[in-house]
Write a protein that binds this ligand. Structure first.
Ligand code: T46
Length: 144
């Protein structure tokens, strides 16, 4: 398992680290710069105390997102319908871009894991494909 991205519509995004001596580090994500879309929503997932938790298990039709594990670590499972891979997020300044039509899961959360998500749109349940067979049908349909 490595972090070379082979699935479609995904890439790693590495933010600069501004090291403030012994007093900490700053990483910055800007609209259309480090983040390849206009940011419309930020949410974060925490209190991931169930070691067996598997989140995600869906794809998006239009939504683009970048996930950062800003504390601890977790694994992101990616599936574009042809290729599957697992990516470890364990650095606060390295995130993963999830484009459209990408089935994803999040699991193997470490203690105190915090997942920060930057999204291109507000929450719309109609944008979710939550059934895997439906996802495969959706990506294979003729989009004339
Ligand atoms: C995604 C991954 C990375 C809202 O009402 N508003 C929101 O902005 C969000 C994110 C969620 N919700 C509600 C919808 C569900 O009733 O919160 C509940 C749990 O959402 P979900 O099961 O989709 O959570 P995850 O962790 O599986 O997925 C989340 C995002 O929803 C999703 O877009 O790509 O993180």
């Amino acid at each position: 398992m490595d972090n070379e991205i082979i699935v479609k519509n995904s890439k790693l995004i590495e933010l600069q680290t501004i090291v403030d001596g012994i007093d900490g580090i700053i990483s910055v994500a800007e609209n259309f710069n480090h983040i390849p879309f206009e940011i419309k929503r930020v949410y974060y997932i925490y209190s991931l105390n169930n070691p067996d938790a598997i989140r995600g298990k869906h794809a998006h039709k239009q939504l683009e997102q970048v996930l950062f594990c800003i504390n601890g670590s977790c694994e992101i499972g990616l599936d574009d319908g042809t290729n599957q891979q697992t990516v470890v997020l364990d650095k606060p300044n390295v995130g993963i871009y999830l484009g459209v039509e990408l089935w994803h899961t999040m699991d193997k959360f470490s203690d105190n894991c915090i997942l920060l998500v930057i999204a291109s749109d507000i929450y719309k349940e109609s944008d979710y494909i939550r059934n895997y067979d439906e996802f495969i049908r959706y990506i294979n349909q003729d989009k004339k």
